[in-house]
Design a protein around this ligand. Structure first.
Ligand code: ZN
Length: 142
């Protein structure tokens, strides 16, 4: 467990038609956010999320081509390869209120999205390949 301190906070409405993951990554890199928390709501015109198969250690993509509500976008920003890296999960709702979700992938197109990003300072988190899970996880530092 590491103590961190809030620093700057950002609010943004993302542009229509942008790639959700790319746009948040762009903000994080432009502002130099190396440790952060992300939350947002909105809608997508196309969405790609993935389920991580623990057996095959592969991300299995799921694609939604109809408009979906972003009921919850949450994630974090940390360092991977010395650059701010966004890890986000998203819960999407369809016209019947059915809910789907997963690990946010590139290819998710924003219809509208209102995002808050909180930056922290203190113990930075660095992603490294983890042999046990096959994922890039925060290096164990405690
Ligand atoms: Zn994930």
């Amino acid at each position: 467990m590491a103590a961190i301190t809030p620093r700057r906070s950002f609010v943004s409405s993302l542009p229509f038609g942008c790639d959700l993951l790319d746009e948040i990554t762009k903000i994080a890199r432009r502002e130099g956010i190396t440790l952060g928390r992300l939350q947002g709501i909105g809608a997508t015109s196309r969405a790609v999320v993935a389920y991580y198969d623990q057996e095959t250690r592969k991300y299995l993509p799921l694609e939604f081509t109809e408009g979906m509500e972003i009921l919850s976008l949450m994630g974090n920003i940390s360092l991977r390869d010395n650059k701010p890296f966004v890890h986000a999960h998203v819960t999407l709702g369809d016209r019947d209120g059915k809910v789907f979700g997963g690990h946010l992938m590139r290819g998710t197109v924003v219809f509208a999205c209102e995002v808050f990003i909180e930056e922290f300072e203190g113990d930075e988190r660095v992603r490294e390949a983890d042999e046990t899970t096959g994922l890039f996880l925060w290096k164990y530092r405690e």
